[in-house]
Design a binder for this molecule. Structure first.
Ligand code: PEP
Ligand code: MG
Length: 587
């Protein structure tokens, strides 16, 4: 097979070499054709075989369930097995093939449509919701029929046989991405997505080479193709010749060696050559990430994206995590950080992080009912979370971070909710930190342009550059068609950053950056030169940024930082960045 190269958007660093593992989207959109009379029985058998294969598959998943798997998972598999053995699913479609000569996929979908319509009529909400179980079972059978049943290997933990697999998909939702945390893959390639889509963020936190926004890679790449991901260049080489694989293996080994060398910096303080200390914090999605963060030398958690506890809960009895479940997760993160602060961001669902119930704006999700807007509309969900966070604050330093604030009343209402949660807990004699710090994300341009409103009412600020860029430049961060317009050094962005740091300095309140810019080593000197003293990033990027800080002389940055901030010309800005790259270094 001839080798070819595809270009996409780099979202992490490093090189991966492995075989393609294609994930096909489940789809009810099937081929429709009539089967000749003499082939009908063969078609019936084809469907029977597919159903039997799925039955066997479900039994295997059952048998391999880890001992500590949630009980709901077993129940969920039982329900699917039961549905599959119901004559309405395993017999009726066979009759449709025999009587109408439909192909197997068409017959199955026809029967599912009939059943779905019947389910829609059911009054009982719980039973009505079982329709999705039937659809999921049907999708599994369809995947076998269409030969696209490349499910994730079920093994958890590191498995050598999967260790050189590269996942290729049209798109992976952030919720689906989470299941890759337990399965060993060496990289990801997706057709869709942008540099700071939440899928990209999760894969970056896994520390794996990945390229997104590839257009139609999942159609061009075939299962088991050899692939090389060069994520620094945003390139995927399909079916590379032996010699090219050899060259990349050498580069990979060199990178690995460099990374090992960086490990020596884990315990070193992040201080510039002229003695300015920078706090390097970690972004986490799950409490167990805090262990990795501490291990990487983070001086705290600057952003705990709590919404990941709320997503991907199919199969859970509770659609949302209970107060106790949340409390345990937050407290675990606090314990893991051993006295270092943990900044927990309140629920930021919506946009590309929908809850399973899909109860969000669908017209323009990034501009819709997201983050604080959702929480204020669902005060019970918000209050439950605030109580859980406050309870965790009794076990170590915790800060509350409010996402997507744009209006003064959103701050006021949030603070009132926090006060309510506190007074409830006090009445119940439950311990919490009564002085807990509350801050807001600066991620909507309106916030960066009305900072006095924020600094008066809050204890700290954290700049979410991913959304600040999305909303300032009016580009959907998940849309690969506009990914080329995503620019973190656009003068508008730099000015908003400058406004934020100046306002925070004037008010004397701490400010950090927790968006993607904080972990981009090419921007480290610019950001610290502007005055930022706390940067929060995925743990995997922390040492590289630290090395840059250790090699920087702060007092040599100023002329170039000023030149960049004064300019509206992209060429001058890039020139300034190049100068910073050399001028700030050790002499
Ligand atoms: C941001 O917007 O920069 C941010 C850190 O939050 P998230 O990426 O989760 O939207
Ligand atoms: Mg954000």
């Amino acid at each position: 097979m001839a080798s070819f190269t595809l270009q996409g958007i780099p979202i992490s660093r490093g090189i991966a070499i492995g075989r393609a593992h294609l994930l096909h989207p489940a789809s009810m959109d099937v081929k429709h054709y009539l089967v000749a009379q003499e082939k009908v029985e063969a078609e019936v058998q084809r469907l029977r075989n597919a159903i039997a294969a799925v039955q066997k598959d479900l039994q295997m998943i059952w048998a391999e369930l880890p001992l500590d798997a949630p009980t709901e998972l077993g129940a969920f598999l039982d329900v699917h097995a039961l549905i599959l053995s119901d004559p309405m699913i395993c017999e009726e479609p066979l009759d449709i093939i025999r009587s109408r000569h439909y192909n197997a996929e068409w017959a199955l979908v026809t029967q599912i449509d009939v059943l779905s319509a019947q389910f829609d009529e059911i009054e009982d909400e719980y039973l009505r919701a079982r329709k999705s179980d039937i659809e999921q079972v049907a999708e599994r059978v369809l995947k076998v029929l269409t030969g696209t049943a490349f499910d994730l290997p079920r093994t958890t933990g590191v498995d050598e046989s999967n260790a050189n697999m590269i996942v290729v998909a049209r798109d992976i939702s952030p919720a689906d991405m989470m299941q890759f945390r337990n399965v060993a893959f060496t990289g990801f390639v997706t057709d869709e997505g942008g540099q700071n889509s939440h899928t990209a963020i999760v894969s970056r936190s896994l520390g794996l080479p990945a390229v997104v926004g590839m257009g139609n890679a999942s159609q061009l790449i075939v299962q088991d193709d050899w692939l090389i991901i060069d994520s620094d260049a945003g390139v995927v080489i399909v079916a590379p010749p032996e010699q090219v694989i050899g060259q990349y293996r050498e580069r990979q080994a060199a990178l690995l060696k460099a990374r090992k060398k960086l490990n020596r910096l884990k315990k070193t303080q992040a201080v510039t050559l002229d003695g300015v200390e920078i706090r390097l914090l970690a972004n986490i999605e799950f409490p167990q990430d805090a262990v990795v963060a501490l291990e990487a030398g983070a001086s705290g958690v600057g952003l705990f994206r709590s919404e990941f506890l709320f997503m991907g809960r199919t199969g859970h009895e509770q659609k949302l995590p209970t107060e106790d479940e949340q409390f345990i997760a937050y407290r675990d993160a606090v314990f893991a950080m051993k006295g270092r602060p943990v900044t927990i961001r309140t629920l930021d669902v919506g946009a590309d992080k929908p809850l399973d119930n899909g109860d969000h704006s669908i017209l323009n999700p990034a501009l819709g009912l997201r983050a604080i807007r959702y929480c204020l509309k669902e005060p019970q969900i918000f209050l439950t979370q605030l109580r859980a966070i406050l309870r965790a604050s009794a076990f170590g330093p915790v800060h509350i971070l409010l996402p997507m604030i744009a209006h003064a009343f959103e701050i006021d209402q949030s603070l009132a909710m926090i006060a309510q949660a506190k007074s409830e807990l006090s009445a119940e004699k439950v311990e919490f930190d009564s002085e807990i710090m509350v801050g807001a994300m600066i991620e909507v341009p309106a916030a960066a342009l009305s900072l006095p409103m924020f600094v008066k009412k809050l204890d700290f600020l954290s700049v979410g550059t991913n959304d600040l860029i999305q909303y300032t430049l009016a580009i959907d961060r998940t849309d690969h068609e506009v990914a080329h317009l995503y620019s973190d050094t656009h003068p508008a962005i730099l000015h908003l950053l400058q406004l934020t740091i100046s306002a925070a300095e004037k008010a004397g309140i701490p400010v950090s950056i927790c968006g993607g810019m904080a972990g981009d080593v090419r921007l480290t000197r610019l950001l610290i030169g502007m005055g930022f003293r706390a940067l929060s990033m995925p743990a995997a990027l922390l040492l590289e940024v630290k090395q840059e800080i250790l090699n920087t002389r702060m007092d040599s940055l100023q002329p170039y930082v000023r030149k960049i901030l004064r300019s509206y010309d992209p060429v001058t800005i890039q020139e300034g960045l190049q100068q910073l790259a050399t001028a700030g270094a050790a002499t």
